[in-house]
Design a protein around this ligand. Structure first.
Ligand code: ATP
Length: 327
């Protein structure tokens, strides 16, 4: 019912605990604490503004969702999940994997929900790939390594993103990645971690459309609609391919045709594709999720990190390194 959904939204919109808030002023915040600037972007049920915290002068991105619109679009669960995951990542902040948009606080008024987030000054990764056509090997190695480091951290917390793609990878002022858009993500409970999971959710999703974006969706999500951390490794394989080739591995005129190609593993690496990148992509784009490189690693992704493609890469200090210039 509408009342249930509204209470769900209200519950999902309380302030974060002060331990996760960077400001010493832990009290309830409202839109009066911020100066709203230009619109950075619009989603299907949200508008993101550039804003300034009047107390600290810190620049932030504030995502504003219209409650009625959220309910009309049946996105209350999506917003609740997004907040829950951003909270987990903020509480479990990892200095060697600071590659996530941070949620500072949430608040609401009668009509809207507000999420104050790290402002990713350089926007999405996608236009950078599009602009240069494709990344050189240094950029591909660096950016895919940051994504891998982020996945390692997320997966260690039992979070599967399920919609990883260059539009959801933002860039901060120093050109390091900030992963965002956790509305489609899944939190595994401890006993299920690392396995194919979530029977309880499967039936619900079978009635709805698939989770994710056609080009990056893993075969297991198309067939039995179950996701595991290895589904994000599939998406990583697609993104590495895209960085090297400039296009996604499975592209076609319609979603249906894309799905057919994915299920047949119908992709080819064009001439000139770096052989070690090809070897890595071929080991990630594997139909059987448990056979993907890294899928059987007990802790972290040592088998991916030790692939020859990443020879000499220091994953632990990526956030302190100067990213290679994209050209
Ligand atoms: P949808 O909700 O329809 O999937 P979306 O996820 O892109 O779309 P939003 O999260 O509202 O929707 O984001 C809208 C736009 O604002 C996007 O283009 C995104 O790049 C930009 N954006 C979102 N968050 C930030 C941020 N923290 N910093 C900078 N830009 C952002």
């Amino acid at each position: 019912s509408k009342t249930d959904e509204l209470s769900l939204l209200a519950a999902s919109s309380g302030n974060l605990s002060s331990s996760t808030s960077p400001q010493p002023t832990a009290g309830k915040r409202s839109s009066k604490d911020f100066i709203f600037g230009r619109v950075i972007g619009e989603g299907s049920f949200s508008t993101v503004y550039l804003a300034k915290d009047i107390h600290t002068s810190k620049e932030l991105a504030i995502k504003v969702c219209d409650k009625r619109h959220v309910i009309r679009e049946k996105k209350a669960e999506y917003i609740k999940r997004e907040k829950e995951v951003l909270n987990m990542l903020s509480v479990n902040f990892k200095a060697t994997a600071p590659f996530f948009v941070k949620l500072y606080c949430t608040f609401q008024d009668p009509d809207r929900l507000y999420f104050t987030l790290t402002y990713a000054k350089n926007g999405e990764l996608l236009p950078y790939i599009t602009r240069v056509g494709c990344f050189d090997i240094d950029c591909t190695r660096f950016y895919s390594a940051e994504i891998l480091q982020a996945l390692e951290h997320m997966h260690s917390l039992g979070i599967i993103h399920r919609d990883l793609k260059p539009e959801n990878i933002l860039l901060n002022e120093e050109m390091h990645i900030l992963i965002t858009d956790f509305g489609s993500s899944k939190i595994l409970n401890a006993t299920h971690r690392g396995q194919d999971v979530e029977n309880e959710e499967r039936a619900v999703r079978r009635r709805n459309s698939f989770v994710g974006t056609a080009q990056y969706v893993s075969p297991e999500l198309l067939t039995d609609k179950s996701a595991s951390p290895a589904s994000d490794l599939w998406a990583l394989g697609c993104i590495i391919y895209q960085m090297v080739a400039g296009v996604t591995p499975f592209h076609a005129g319609s979603e249906y045709m894309i799905f057919q190609k994915i299920l047949k593993l119908d992709y080819i690496c064009p001439d000139g594709f770096s052989p070690s990148a090809k070897d890595l992509v071929d080991k990630l784009l594997v139909l059987e999720s448990s056979n993907r490189l890294g899928a059987c690693d007990k802790e972290g992704y040592p088998s991916i990190k030790s692939h020859p493609f990443y020879q000499g890469m220091d994953f632990e200090t990526l956030h302190q390194q100067t990213p290679p210039v994209i050209s």
